[in-house]
Design a protein around this ligand. Structure first.
Ligand SMILES: [Zn+2]
Length: 296
């Protein structure tokens, strides 16, 4: 998210100090929680499932590209009014530092996970477990009435995350190839590290580049042919042009690997979750890694 103008911020803070907000924390007993992007939103949704007093807000709405998202004044006031605010802690989140602490609790995923490869810490299921535990502990501190519910939800959810992690491990262990081709950006360093996967990608991390050079495309085409890779990946919110070029040249199938940065409005309506998207990733990974294996 882009830094907002300090002047605008100052104006907003003056207004909020004058009681311009239409919701006042003291006037209702809802626990207000705000999450910047989908992964932390979904984790919080799982932990607080069944709690009646929760008002959970996803700051960057479904369907929006999270990189380069313009922070609105209403976003700043949502942060100020929240009892708990959870953000990633990447460069995109620098705007948060301009908002004075008002006694609310703020958690950054990149502070919970100390040893990370890039800011997409949630792409690792193992990191997700640590994040969810930490969010649960904080929620139990600030809302003791529901602490048992949060703990029970968390225990069940972590069991599911762990079992999906084991399934990924089993698929990857079974495969002779450990290389994935992303005709795309590659925000999966933390995921790849968990399983010792290699990758070839059109762009690094979450590069803003969208047009891959001929050299890069040719390199990826060669890799697909050399390693006899049956499927290549795109990520969500992609136009897929690089993938189409590579697929035309190699016959490789195009599959999606969802980074969970955000979901489309339709996915949101359909109730997609981090877990459901990662489960689809597992299915597609199986196709990419195991469809050439003997006996498959
Ligand atoms: Zn990113």
């Amino acid at each position: 998210m882009r830094r907002i103008l300090p002047v605008l911020l100052a104006i907003l803070l003056v207004f909020s100090g004058c009681g311009m907000q239409n919701t006042d924390k003291k006037d209702d007993d809802k626990l207000k929680i705000t999450a910047t992007i989908f992964p932390q939103y979904d984790f919080l949704r799982e932990i607080t499932k069944g709690a009646q007093n929760i008002e959970l807000k996803l700051l960057i709405p479904a369907g929006k590209e999270v990189h380069g998202f313009e922070t609105a004044l209403s976003d700043i006031s949502a942060v100020s009014e929240s009892d708990l605010f959870v953000y990633t802690g990447s460069e995109d989140d620098n705007w948060v530092n301009d908002i004075p602490e008002n006694g609310n609790k703020r958690l950054a995923l990149c502070e919970i996970i100390k040893d990370y490869k890039d800011e997409h810490v949630w792409t690792s299921l193992r990191n997700a477990v640590v994040i969810v535990e930490s969010l649960c502990n904080t929620l139990c501190e600030i809302d003791k009435t529901n602490a048992q519910l949060y703990k029970d939800n968390t225990a069940l959810y972590i069991e599911k995350l762990n079992s999906l992690d084991k399934e990924f491990e089993a698929v990857i262990n079974k495969s002779d190839t450990k290389a994935l081709v992303f005709a795309e950006r590659f925000p999966f360093l933390n995921f790849a590290k968990d399983y010792g996967l290699n990758y070839y990608s059109a762009f690094e991390g979450c590069s803003t580049e969208t047009e891959a050079g001929i050299k890069t495309i040719n390199f990826l085409i060669e890799k697909v042919k050399e390693e006899n890779i049956p499927a290549i990946f795109t990520i969500e919110f992609s136009d897929g042009t690089v993938a189409e070029t590579i697929s035309r040249e190699t016959g490789a199938e195009i599959l999606q690997f969802h980074s969970c940065h955000n979901v489309t409005e339709e996915e949101f309506q359909n109730g997609e979750t981090y877990l459901s998207l990662m489960t689809k990733n597992l299915y597609n990974l199986k196709t990419a890694l195991l469809s050439n294996a003997t006996g498959e």
